[in-house]
Each structure stands twice: as structure tokens, then as C-alpha cells.
Design a protein around this ligand. Structure first.
Ligand code: CP
Length: 317
């Protein structure tokens, strides 16, 4: 099937989803990201000229702390000119359509758009609309996809666990409304993780989720047993219609990650969360700030991973 993310040479043209991306592209991004961090992996290398003369437009129609800021840092480290469109004070509030806004930014010579939008498919729509030399990166669309989050999660897993082929990974929480979970599942299965588990109450699971190649658990004690990686998710209250849960306290009792529940995983299991975290609802502070948590390194790795994606789209070999 034709993949709208790839050009006729099979190279990445846009990054819209991890679904359907071949493993060679996922590994290429992870390897490139490694080249952008220094020896101990704690900092990215200094500025490089790979996007010199290019204009990157951050257009975020939904709030963001991590994604927007790390894209901006990454673009600046690649020597791009970065424009952060302030949607709140833009002409969107006067009724301008998404594609009219994009056309006007193209008239200002945009080379790359980083798009976050509440509507699933918004980044695809822009990618289909723009001229072939312009690239689009999906920074999160509705409940559909958040590919750079999944890629930085894969980078983090490989950093701590070295290989994918021997891992048992559990994704815990609000799978139903989570674009992160969907992108993680596609990336993990493509990279060869043999066992991907999802742990959630029935009300927070999409129907037929097992068709994505995951094992389904409703009980943390069973689902966390002997896993190598625990990927926690935020409760996406803004996307819930009606009461999917009895209460936050009840949710924490059964699905919140505590030291006691984490003890069921392997002793060297790592704990991840894409942020923003709801402490005391999805995760206990003693776990979030504990020795097995790699939540803040995830954020740091996001800079190198986003540098890798943007440099690949810009045609760096
Ligand atoms: N993980 C994530 O997308 O965080 P932000 O909403 O802060 O960008």
C-alpha cells in the first residue's frame, strides 16, 4: 500500500505516524539520534549546520511543554530559523481555516511544519496539501498518533536495555484515548519486541486492541509480572466523554503505579511516562522520582531524536 510518509525512493518525506514505517527507517532515526548525543548520552552535540537557511514553523493548536520546546531546541541546534506561531493570538480566532493558515505560512517560505492539533488527521491533511519540498511532522493529532514521542521512547528503551528482541514491555493506563500508546505499540512491534502488554480497565481500552499484536491485561499484578519496561500513560480527561472511571482515587488504587506494584516487574525494570504526569493518580511520587524512573532522561533524549527526524527529512544522508 502507498505510504504517504515516504517518497518514491522509499525515503521519509513526512513523519505522520509510526504505523507502516519500516524498521530500517526506525533504526535509522535511532542511530542518527545516537550520533547527536555525546559519549555518555547526557547532552546533544553542539550546533551543526544541517538545516542552515531553512525555516521551521512550530504550529501548536494544543498546549505542550515538552514537545514544542524540544522541537525548538532541536531545530536551533540544526541551525534552522524557528518560528513559533502563537495560535492564541493568531487569525485562527477570527475563523481562518487550518489550510489557509498553512498557505500563508508557506508564502513566508516555510520549509518544515511541526503540527499539533486536537483533530486526528490534521497533520495528514497538511502533508497532502503542501508542495513536495515542504515537510510535515506530526507532533500529536487527537487520539491518533504522536510519532516523535514513540521514537524518543524507543531511543530511551534502547539506551537502557540495548536490544528490543528480548524484552517484555507493558503499557499501562488510558490506552483508549492515547495517541502515544498507539504510536508506541506500532514502533515496539516493528522493532521486534516479542511481548507488548497493555494493562487497563475495559472502559479505557479500544475494542479489538489485541489485533494490534498486544496481550491484554486488566489486572496490574498479572500484567506487570516480569516486565522489563513499564510505560505509564496520562489519563486523557480532555478526550473522555462521560464517566469512564468511578473516581481518580479508585483508578489509583487499581492502576496507579506504586513501589509495591512495581516490585512485580523485573528488578531492573525501567519506568517511563510521556508527561505531563498526574502524581497520585497514574503514578506515585516515590516511583516517579525513584531509582527506576527514566522519565526526565526521556525528555532529554527527545532533543536528539527530533534533531534526527528533522535532519533526515531535510535530506541529510
Ligand atoms: N509528551 C508530550 O507530548 O508532552 P507535551 O504535551 O508537554 O508536549
Amino acid at each position: 500500500m502507498n505510504n504517504p510518509q515516504l517518497n518514491k525512493h522509499g525515503e521519509l518525506q513526512h513523519l505522520l505516524s509510526t504505523e507502516g514505517l519500516p524498521s530500517r527507517i526506525l533504526y535509522d532515526i535511532l542511530d542518527r539520534a545516537s550520533a547527536f548525543v555525546d559519549g555518555d548520552g547526557s547532552r546533544e552535540i553542539k550546533k551543526v549546520p544541517l538545516l542552515h537557511g531553512k525555516s521551521v514553523f512550530n504550529i501548536f493548536f494544543e498546549n505542550s511543554t515538552r514537545t514544542r520546546t524540544t522541537f525548538e531546541i532541536a531545530a536551533k541546534r540544526l541551525s534552522a530559523d524557528v518560528v513559533n506561531l502563537n495560535i492564541g493570538s493568531s487569525s485562527t480566532s477570527k475563523g481562518e481555516t487550518l489550510l489557509d493558515t498553512v498557505d500563508n505560512l508557506c508564502a513566508m517560505h516555510a520549509d518544515m511544519f511541526i503540527v499539533r492539533h486536537a483533530q486526528s488527521g490534521a497533520a495528514h491533511l497538511i502533508a497532502k496539501h503542501v508542495a513536495p519540498e515542504i515537510h510535515v511532522i506530526n507532533a500529536g493529532d487527537g487520539r491518533h498518533a504522536h510519532p516523535t514521542q514513540a521514537l524518543l521512547d524507543m531511543y530511551t528503551i534502547r539506551h537502557y536495555k540495548k536490544e528490543f528482541h528480548n524484552l517484555r514491555v507493558a503499557i499501562v493506563g488510558d490506552i483508549l484515548h492515547s495517541r502515544v500508546a498507539r504510536s508506541q505499540i506500532h514502533a515496539l512491534t516493528t522493532l521486534g519486541v516479542p511481548e507488548v502488554r497493555v494493562i487497563a480497565p475495559k472502559t479505557l481500552l479500544p475494542s479489538h486492541v489485541e489485533q494490534l499484536g498486544v496481550r491484554v491485561f486488566h489486572d496490574m499484578a498479572q500484567g506487570l509480572r516480569d516486565v522489563d519496561v513499564v510505560l505509564m500513560l496520562r489519563l486523557q480527561n480532555e478526550r473522555m466523554q462521560g464517566a469512564a472511571l468511578p473516581s481518580a482515587q479508585e483508578y489509583f488504587k487499581y492502576y496507579g503505579l506504586t513501589q509495591e506494584k512495581l516490585a512485580l516487574a523485573k528488578a531492573d525494570a525501567i519506568v517511563m511516562h510521556p508527561g505531563p504526569m498526574n502524581r497520585g493518580i497514574e503514578i506515585d511520587s516515590s516511583v516517579a522520582d525513584g531509582g527506576q524512573s527514566v522519565i526526565l532522561p526521556q525528555v532529554t533524549f527527545g532533543i536528539a531524536v527530533r534533531m534526527a527526524v528533522m535532519s533526515m527529512l531535510a535530506g541529510d544522508k
